[in-house]
Design a protein around this ligand. Sequence first.
Ligand code: 5GP
Length: 184
Amino acid sequence: MMRLLVLSAPSGAGKTTIARQLIQRHPSWRFSVSATTRQQRPGEVDGSDYFFLEREEFQQRIANGDLIEWEEIFGNLYGTLRSHIARQLQESEGDSRMIFDVDVKGALSIRAAFPNESLLVFIAPPSLEELERRLRNRQTESPEVQQTRINRARMEMAMQGEFDAVVVNDVVERAVQQIEALLQ
Ligand code: 5GP
């Protein structure tokens, strides 16, 4: 049976790095590739980092019931495609894992859809102050955008009690090992 490892964190807490390392260390584990309407960033690969969709297509897919869960985050739609998960579950062998990188509400929806298979892990920054400092230092974003991200980070931190475990990401290697230990 494939089990689902659902990782959530406020933006800037290093969750994507942790997810990548887990996949590197466990070649049979799969990454759940989400769909999104946000712009592709340099270096991102369509179909590997995300399925990049136009808003109209995404909305059509919602209407068709193609998404297990979806959220609007910072003005873009993000969601988990039913067909992608079904394919991964079919192709999985043995003690495989599927890793999700979703926001906190998405994590609770995945648990609701797969109550017996899901483990929800919240990746916390060493401190909220440090996270806020990092977000404020992003030169590429306006103060308004920075404030929106900080407010969302506070909301997400407030929901960590809903998770099965909280792992503090001070040293990435240690966080990865703590997550592995949870799966034993
Ligand atoms: P980013 O744009 O930085 O890649 O992601 C922004 C946020 O969207 C992150 O918190 C990420 O975990 C979340 N996210 C990515 N994919 C999904 C998804 O399929 N569902 C939900 N609910 N959130 C997602």
